[in-house]
Structure formats: C-alpha cells, structure tokens
Design a protein around this ligand. Structure first.
Ligand code: ACO
Length: 396
C-alpha cells in the first residue's frame, strides 16, 4: 500500500461503491512502424522542421500502413495489456474503444476488437469524444467496476487520424499521428486504482475542431468532397487557448475529488498535443519537469491514444512505481476535457509472459479467428435460409 496514503486515503470518494476499486492491472501500446519526420512534411506543405519543433515540440509521428486501421492497432495494444494482466480474453467483461476515427460509422470498432480477441463474454461499445476519449473511457470503465456491473474492463484509445487529415493544410497535418494504447482494469478490494475523475464539455466550441462530413448532417457526396468537408478542420489558436485554460483546472478538480494535493502527485500524464500546452498546464499546477511525462516529440498528437501510450512509456522508463499517484488529463474536440487521479497499485498478477503463455495466446487467438469465420458463416446461413423461409411465407 502507498505509504503516502497510509490506508486512510478515501479511495474512490468520488465513485459509487467505495469498497470495490478499479485497478490498472495491465497496459499495452502499439504504434505503426512508419516514422514521418517534419522534413518529410515540409516536402508536402510550406513549413519547416524548425517551425514545427518551436511551435509544437513535435519531431516526428507514426503513420499507419494501408492495411492498418483503428481496430487492428487497438487489438495489438489490447493483446499486450491482457497478457500483462494475466487475463484470459474469454473472461473480459467489457470492451470500450475511445476513438474519433472508427473503422466504420457502425459497427462499433469495439465490436471488431471484441471479436478478434475472442472476448465472447464481453459487452462492447465505442466512446466518441475526440482526444478526451481515453480518460472519459477510463472513468466509465472504472465506474462500471466500482458499481459492481462488471469485474474487469478493457479500455482502449486508438486512432488513425492520418486518414482524415488534409495533407495540404499546414495548420493541421503537422500535428497528428497514429497509434493505440490499452488498459485492463480489474476490480479489487485493495485501496487505490482510479481514485476520481472529472469530465467536461463545452459544445459551443464544436466548430473549432471538426470533421464536418461523413455524419447525418453532411453525408459523403461529390459536393461534400469538392468542398473538402471530409477532412479535419481546426482553429488552432482558439483550441490552444481553450486547452491552456481547461487542462490545469480539470487536473486540480480531479485531485480535489481524490483528496490529493498537487504535491502528492508523482507523475502528470497530460494529453500529448503540443509541448507549449503541456508546459503551460504544468506551470499552472506548479509541477516540475521531473513530474511531467512528455513524448509528443516522437508521436505528435495521437488523440485518444496519447495518454495510454504516454503511460506505457512512463512505465517502461521506470517513471511509474507501485503506490505512485498519477494525474491523467486530456482535452479535445467537443470541445471536451477529462481528468483522472489514479493510484497505481498493480495488485493483480502483472506477470512476465512465459513461452507457455505465448503459445496459449497463439492458440486462443487462432481459435477466436476460426470461431469468428464459423460464426460469420452461420449468420450468412441464417440470411439465406431466412430469405427462403420468409420469402415463401411473406405475409400479404
Ligand atoms: N508552418 C509554418 N507556418 C505556419 C504553420 C506551419 N505548419 N502553420 C501555421 N503557420 C503560420 C500561420 O499561417 C501564421 O502566419 P501569419 O502570421 O503570416 O498569418 C503563423 O504561422 C502563426 O500561426 P498561428 O496559428 O498563430 O500559430 P500558433 O503558434 O498558434 O501554432 C498550432 C499553431 C501549432 C496549430 C497551435 O495553435 C496549436 O497547437 N493549437 C492547438 C492544437 C491542438 O492542440 N489541437 C488538439 C486537438 S485534440 C482532438 O480532439 C483531435
């Protein structure tokens, strides 16, 4: 148990069901192999490595290969998180995919992930709230655990924003990258885990960061495409000002709800959108650089994937230790924001993956794939036989 909280800490004071806690039991990330440097972008639009680094801190980002999608990246991150948590995919009870770039409008990307993982007992849904999505999903997953509705949840942030950028718009195409990150949350009586969260929205700024087409307002048509409405549009300065205002405030609120002072925060893991925004928020919170996780230089803004990817890299770098208090904050389209205070207590078996486990995983995922093909075939059969039966008996 964290000596700082000494067992007197009011865990989940802001969450229902105070005795059940939602712990981060596993985590994983996936980023595409292809690295795109600022110099490469400077060949497409009138910009420079110097300008991009100075204004954003970004040096490079990852771009999904044509065969990769939001679901395929989510599956890679989820498999690693499940392996670390020692949780059999067949025992997963809930899959939430936070994404602004789903594979399709429907079915939900979470359903594709659930099927590929062979998580046959899980409910699954997408959560769409732009870059704030992962921290929102963390709050929802944690609440479903503490309420007793589920015993575990796979919470994923995955994005393929490169497909929705206008690569001729230097105000946006420099900022974003692709990737995925996942947490396994599990119920436990041990104090700690997700201590609190604060969600926010201000829809009056909806048009400041928007992909206008592809929904019911502007379905895809030649006219829509001619106007370029299928691409991400942003008023960079307005979003910048909003972000600097809201990040520090949301972070403070999440701390207050968790009864933590800012001094008790060991690591601040903010949404990785722009180094200047991160620095402004850290300054507002009076957090020294040593307590702030930054990896925006490597990946740009990966939207809902940025916080879990940053968390994974912080753990790998030895910057997150058992008992640490973490502050996760994000902001984005909506406009929206979310912050969560987490006490990291990997109480579950975060065990090293043995060769036997790897073999068991291989077997499980191949069985899941075969079952998916079989099940798909049965749905088709239903359709054919249904047509025959209902076609013959079609009531007048
Ligand atoms: N290269 C060179 N010059 C550029 C570029 C570029 N890539 N982009 C803009 N400029 C120019 C502008 O045209 C402008 O020129 P002018 O003075 O001659 O008119 C000048 O640089 C300054 O432009 P600003 O927009 O004022 O630049 P700013 O310092 O605000 O930086 C940026 C722009 C990086 C987009 C910044 O506003 C920002 O990061 N905003 C927040 C974006 C963000 O965090 N989005 C979150 C998304 S979350 C989600 O849900 C998806």
């Amino acid at each position: 148990m964290n000596s700082k909280t000494n067992g007197n800490h009011k865990s989940n004071a802001a969450l229902p069901g105070a005795k059940r806690n939602a712990h981060i039991a596993g985590w994983g990330k996936y980023v595409p192999e292809k690295v795109m440097s600022n110099d490469e972008i400077a060949k497409l639009v009138d910009t420079s490595d110097e300008w991009i680094q100075q204004r954003t801190g970004i040096r490079e980002r990852r771009i999904a290969d044509p065969k990769e999608t939001t679901s395929t990246m989510a599956i890679r991150a989820a498999r690693d998180a499940l392996a670390l948590a020692g949780l059999n995919p067949g025992d997963v009870e809930l899959v939430i995919v936070a994404t602004a770039t789903p594979d399709y409008i429907f079915p939900a990307t979470a359903c594709l992930v659930q099927n590929a993982l062979g998580a046959s007992r899980a409910g699954a849904f997408d959560l769409s709230i732009g870059c704030s999505g992962f921290v929102y999903a963390l709050g929802v997953g944690a609440s479903m655990i503490t309420s007793g509705a589920v015993n575990n949840a796979l919470v994923i942030g995955s994005e393929t924003l490169s497909r929705l950028l206008n690569w001729a718009d230097r105000g946006t195409c420099i900022l974003f990258g692709d990737g995925a990150g996942a947490f396994v949350l599990r119920a436990s009586d041990t104090p700690g885990g997700v201590l609190s969260y604060k969600l926010g929205s201000d829809g009056s700024g909806g048009d400041l960061l928007i992909i206008p087409a592809g929904g019911s307002k502007h379905p895809i048509s030649q006219e829509v495409i001619d106007q370029g409405l299928q691409f991400l549009r942003m008023d960079g300065q307005a979003v910048f000002k909003f972000a600097t205002r809201v990040m520090g405030k949301a972070a403070k609120e999440a701390c207050e709800l968790a009864h933590l002072s800012l001094d008790e925060i060991d690591l601040f893991i903010p949404h990785q959108a722009n180094l200047r925004i991160i620095n402004t928020a850290s300054k507002f919170l009076k957090l020294p650089d040593a307590k702030v996780m930054v990896n925006v230089q490597k990946y740009g803004n990966t939207s809902a994937a940025s916080v879990p990817i940053a968390f994974c890299e912080a753990v790998d770098a030895g910057r997150v230790k058992p008992g640490d208090n973490l502050l996760l904050v994000s902001f984005g389209a909506g406009l929206s924001w979310a912050a969560a205070a987490v006490q990291f207590e990997p109480v579950m078996p975060s065990k090293p993956h043995t060769a036997k486990d790897v073999l068991a995983d291989w077997f499980h995922y191949n069985v899941a794939s075969a079952r998916s093909v079989l099940s798909h075939g049965l749905h088709r059969l239903d359709s054919v036989t249904g047509r025959k039966v209902w076609g013959a008996k079609d009531p007048k």
